[in-house]
Design a binder for this molecule. Structure first.
Ligand SMILES: Cc1cc2nc3c(=O)[nH]c(=O)nc-3n(C[C@H](O)[C@H](O)[C@H](O)COP(=O)(O)O)c2cc1C
Length: 360
């Protein structure tokens, strides 16, 4: 546990620009699914309170939020495809902005990591009809994953348009931008991964082909709201959600193509020391945000060094932001930290969500 104050010259405390985002510090809040939206995906006052409490983050990246009904992967995750959901996000944007913060919404289409009981009775869709191993978390408990339906080539433009439409709604709601979730085994990652994408059309096979769908989504979302409001998250070779991929070259192909779009930032989830970080850093022309992964909780001094050494421009922190609404202040002062309680991570009410204390 860190107990010394950060030096005022600390890399973590320097402002950073990411496209249109002007962050006063480099300690960003990582996207965290908390399953507390209304059953119809409308974000509510409890979520507004939660995010407003964390307005001190350099940037808040919200929990993954579905751009379409079929894209919902878990109960009570927020959406961004109806007017009511957009209004809910507007209240969150207002609450965070009145607390002096910045907030982008993570657009997450779960793809095959879904079940008819959470997505309104639909068959989940995926690049290929490959059933994930394991069980899906539903309102009535864990259930086996169903086999997803392979998206037809002529349907892909529609899915791209749903992302663009959700991004337009995000900006209309007053949010500062969007992050495309191309990590952790959800739809966009499923297209990238050679073990899950078995397509024989222009969207499967070579790294160029597997990157194509993600690039098309990023291009359409950029055209809709401006590339300087769009970030993207990737987790190269992360096996989460039964992803299998042997070929990391797709990430070099992907980032080379995304670099031409002028996106606000690239958000990489990888263990520190993973050589992929340096490779992507060399390709990526703008802000790189690093999350050091699930292995160990983010460590303040390690993150400070990673930025000071130029490995990344900013970092995102997950579990410690769950437990410490004023994490930036606590890290700055070297104050004691609250411990996150996993029992309250996924679902429930205020307990374990908005009741973690801030320093007085
Ligand atoms: C409760 C919980 C929910 C998460 N939800 C998301 C999510 O919606 N989208 C995402 O990209 N990552 C998600 N993650 C991963 C975090 O963003 C982050 O990468 C991970 O917690 C490791 O960072 P940490 O050590 O700082 O917690 C989640 C993690 C946790 C613990």
């Amino acid at each position: 546990m860190t107990t010394t104050p950060l030096s005022p010259a600390s890399a973590l405390l320097r402002p950073v620009t990411a496209g249109a985002l002007q962050a006063p510090n480099r300690i960003w809040m990582a996207p965290l699914t908390r399953n507390r939206a209304n059953p119809d995906g409308t974000p509510n006052a409890l979520q507004a309170e939660h995010y407003a409490q964390r307005a001190g983050a350099g940037v808040i990246i919200t929990e993954g939020s579905q751009p379409s009904a079929v894209g919902q992967g878990y109960p009570n995750t927020p959406g961004l495809h109806t007017d009511g959901q957009q209004e809910g996000w507007q209240r969150i944007a207002e609450a965070v902005h009145s607390g002096g913060g910045r907030i982008v919404v993570q657009l997450m289409h779960a793809g095959r990591i879904s079940h008819s009981s959470v997505n309104g009775g639909r068959t989940p869709v995926a690049p290929s009809a490959v059933r994930p191993a394991g069980e899906v978390f539903t309102a009535t408990g864990p259930q086996p994953f169903p086999e997803p339906r392979e998206l037809r080539t002529d349907e892909l433009a529609e899915v791209v348009a749903e992302f663009a439409s959700a991004a337009r709604r995000a900006v209309a709601a007053g949010l500062d931008g969007v992050e495309l979730h191309a990590a952790n085994g959800y739809l966009l990652h499923q297209f990238l991964a050679d073990g899950v994408n078995r397509r024989t059309d222009a969207y499967g096979g070579s790294p160029q082909n597997r990157a194509r769908f993600v690039v098309e989504v990023a291009a359409a979302v950029s055209a809709a709201i401006g590339a300087d409001r769009v970030g993207i998250r990737i987790s190269p070779l992360n096996p989460f959600n039964d992803i299998t991929e042997d070929d990391a070259s797709v990430y070099e192909v992907l980032t080379t193509q995304l670099a031409e779009l002028g996106l606000a930032y690239l958000h990489v989830l990888a263990e520190p020391g993973d050589p992929i970080i340096g490779k992507l850093r060399a390709i990526w022309p703008s802000t790189l945000v690093l999350n050091t992964g699930f292995g160990a909780e983010s460590d303040r001094d390690q993150l400070d060094r990673l930025i000071a050494d130029g490995v990344a421009d900013a970092v995102s922190v997950g579990r410690q932001f769950i437990a410490n609404p004023d994490l930036v202040r606590r890290w700055t002062l070297g104050a004691e930290l609250n411990e996150p309680d996993p029992a309250g991570f996924y679902g429930g009410g205020a307990q374990g969500y908005t009741d973690y204390s801030a320093l007085s």
